[in-house]
Design a protein. Structure first.
Length: 94
């Protein structure tokens, strides 16, 4: 029996709230590889073996210039599409 290998892709996103309870969203560039010109939460691809919380904080910093800490796990989800596993991790920060 031959078992096909599945590529694992991990993504981390963050609901960043301000003092009034508003959530930060960003608009992806027209040249973004995925979902160009769409609104989204700050986040992106996690590095291999990178802790999820570390990757989420890194992505928020890279995309917004904001440093977040005390991340709270909200949910995760995902599935397999086109032979690749995709896992999405969602966190919140104030």
């Amino acid at each position: 029996m031959v078992v096909a290998s599945v590529t694992e892709n991990r993504y981390g996103f963050c609901f960043v709230f301000d003092e009034q309870g508003r959530v930060l969203v960003i608009k992806r560039s027209l040249t973004a590889r995925y979902r160009p010109n769409e609104w989204d939460l700050p986040g992106g691809v996690l590095e291999p073996k990178e802790a999820v919380e570390v990757g989420v904080a890194r992505e928020v910093l890279e995309e917004t210039g904001l440093e977040v800490s005390a991340l709270e796990h909200v949910t995760d989800g995902g599935g397999v599409w086109h032979g690749e596993s995709h896992t999405f991790y969602y966190y919140r920060a104030n």
